[in-house]
Design a binder for this molecule. Sequence first.
Ligand SMILES: Nc1ncnc2c1ncn2[C@@H]1O[C@H](COP(=O)(O)OP(=O)(O)O)[C@@H](O)[C@H]1O
Ligand SMILES: [Mg+2]
Length: 146
Amino acid sequence: MTDLAASRRVHISLTYGASDFRQFLWVKGDTLQLQRVMANLLTNAINHSPRGERVEVILEPSSSHQTVKVTDNGAGIKPNELPHLFERFYQGQSDRQAKGSGLGLYLSRQIVEAHGGTIWAENRQPTGATFAFRLPTLPYNSSYSA
Ligand SMILES: Nc1ncnc2c1ncn2[C@@H]1O[C@H](COP(=O)(O)OP(=O)(O)O)[C@@H](O)[C@H]1O
Ligand SMILES: [Mg+2]
């Protein structure tokens, strides 16, 4: 997403939760579909970011779940919109730079739930939104057999 980010003058950073160490999150899933989820969340975050602001991707590993958070410093989500964000064709009235189809979050939820995970949105203080999903951790001993 670096081209889109650059064209909007938005910086993307990647952090690994509370740890200084670079860690990998292992899940069992469909690479292409999970890339789609990341692309949808990042596109939204970039399009809702003011110029010069930062979009942060935060990876939070735990023994049972792997969590990915995408945060921005945009206007955030109005309380009346929160329950509808993941509905099919839902598009809010926000001041974003570019409109999609209203399917991005709907499809992201379908994909995450098909992987046994959950996806959610919350506002940040003082401004901005976090969209996050978590997937069950791949058990260590089943990580590779081929
Ligand atoms: N990062 C964000 N900040 C604020 N609102 C958001 C953000 N991402 C999504 N939304 C809201 O959720 C709605 C649905 O998102 P999405 O399904 O990706 O559709 P689209 O991007 O085509 O509008 C958006 O129209 C917008 O109102
Ligand atoms: Mg979208």
